[in-house]
Structures are given as structure tokens and as C-alpha cells.
Ligand binder design. Structure first.
Ligand SMILES: [Zn+2]
Ligand SMILES: [Zn+2]
Length: 258
């Protein structure tokens, strides 16, 4: 059985936990260390239960406490060369933490989990996202991507569950208070997906096995849960209530596959 839950999702920090057999991996570690430990307890886990941390890219809302958590709890960190070098340049790398470099073209075993990284266009040095499997069921995680690609759509087809970025509503972003340069960065080809882009991406996938779809990384200023839900429900041809939401404070509770 593969099960997964979120500790929180959004620009103030992202952290997801996936579990198969005896392995529990964090996917991103962008909350504060103490919040991460407390929110794991909310899911019935202790920090010592975590066996690996997979980091998608160096942005603070994804890698913020990755090295601190890894050092405090003797956990291995999995990340690309580019992400590691960016974190080194920022002085965030701690000596003594075991790091394992990810090849973005190769599936790698992480204990009882199979981890398939895939590249995405985003304004980080070597960003990846992940498909996680227990060998039977597959969970895809996709946040922090400026525009969909054929590679992404091929990789995310035929999944059992998908956590999908719905970062902003275009009207709210452009009509909102953010400075122009930031609006352009968010909406640009290396920024984030808006609700409509996520809807289109979802429509392009083979969704025949999809049992869980969760809207994630919603902007608190530039999006609303009902708009994100409505967009993904249109793509799925389902009731809006069937679409789950990963929130900044609560994330979402355990979902099981298999
Ligand atoms: Zn992010
Ligand atoms: Zn990012």
C-alpha cells in the first residue's frame, strides 16, 4: 500500500509525506523545523520515522529546513546537482548530512519507494518533480512549473493520484497588488501554473486510473479554493466536492492507494 499526506502547501512552505512498507519520505521540506515536527505528529508520525527527504528545488518554500531536518534526525537528502550547488551558494548546506544526487532521467529506489524524477521549466537551477510508487500504485506531485511540456504530460499519464499546482487566478494576479516584475515572474514560462493552465494540463493526461486529485500550492493573495476546485472539476468532468485541496496550514490528511 502507498499512502501520502501533506503537512502544508503554499508559498510559505511545502512538505508532503509518502509511505510504502517501512519507508517514509518527505517530498520537500519548506516549513520551519518545529512546524514540520509538530505537523508530522498530527499525522501520527515522529520525526524519527522519516527515512529520506526528496527536494524538488532550492526555493525556500521547498528546501527551507531540508538540511536542518536531515541533520537533526540523521536523514538522507535526495536532490539534483543543481539544487545542491544552489543551496551551497546560499550557505544552506550543512556538513555531515548524507546527500544522494538525483539523475533527473533515472528512476531510483528509496527504501520501499520507487522515485521517478522528471524535469520541469521553473526558475531554479535544476528543478525536478516526482512520481512516487510502491511498485503498484503511482502518485504524481507537480508544483512550481511555469508551463506544461510533452515530457511532463507523458510522465503524469496513467497515475492513481495527482497533487497538482493551481497557483493563481490570472484575473486576481494581474488585478492585484503585487509589483509588476513579480506578476511577470509568476505568470512567465518559468514561474507557476494558473488555474486554467492546470485545467488544460489535467485534460491532456490519461486520467483513467486517477482516484485522488488534489489542488496544491494555491497563492493566498492571487487565488481562491473555489476557483481552483472548479477548474480541476471541469477537466475531470466531476463534482467540485470531489477535488481535494492542500492548504497552507493543514495540508491534507492521509490518502491511501492500493
Ligand atoms: Zn514553491
Ligand atoms: Zn519554486
Amino acid at each position: 500500500m502507498l499512502r501520502f499526506a501533506s503537512l502544508g502547501s503554499g508559498s510559505k512552505g511545502n512538505c508532503l509525506v509518502a509511505e510504502a512498507g517501512a519507508t517514509r519520505a518527505l517530498i520537500d521540506c519548506g516549513l520551519k523545523l518545529r512546524d514540520t515536527e509538530q505537523r508530522l505528529a498530527r499525522l501520527g508520525l515522529a520525526a524519527g520515522d522519516i527515512s529520506a527527504i526528496l527536494v524538488t528545488h532550492e526555493h525556500g518554500d521547498h528546501a527551507g529546513c531540508a538540511f536542518d531536518f536531515a541533520a537533526a534526525h540523521s536523514v538522507s537528502l535526495y536532490l539534483t546537482y543543481g539544487t545542491l550547488s544552489a543551496l551551497k551558494d546560499e550557505g544552506k548546506v550543512l556538513e555531515g548530512v548524507k546527500t544522494v544526487l538525483i539523475d533527473s532521467k533515472k528512476t531510483l529506489p528509496v527504501g520501499d519507494l520507487e522515485v521517478q524524477p522528471f524535469t520541469v521549466p521553473h526558475d531554479a537551477r535544476e528543478p525536478v518533480q516526482f512520481v512516487i510508487s510502491d511498485g503498484v500504485s503511482k502518485l504524481g506531485v507537480l508544483t512550481d512549473i511555469g508551463a506544461s511540456t510533452a515530457h511532463v504530460e507523458e510522465t503524469l499519464s496513467g497515475l492513481d493520484a495527482l497533487v497538482l499546482e493551481c497557483n493563481y487566478d490570472a484575473d486576481m494576479l494581474w488585478g492585484g497588488a503585487y509589483p509588476q516584475w513579480l506578476k511577470q515572474r509568476i505568470a512567465g514560462p518559468f514561474g507557476h501554473l494558473d488555474n486554467l493552465q492546470s485545467e488544460r494540463l489535467l485534460r491532456a493526461l490519461d486520467r483513467s486510473r486517477l482516484k485522488h486529485i488534489i489542488a496544491a500550492h494555491l497563492s493566498q493573495q492571487n487565488n481562491r479554493p473555489d476557483l481552483a476546485r472548479a477548474a480541476l472539476a471541469r477537466a475531470m468532468g466531476c463534482e467540485e466536492s470531489w477535488i481535494s485541496l492542500a492548504t497552507q496550514e493543514e495540508g491534507f490528511g492521509w490518502r491511501e492507494l492500493g
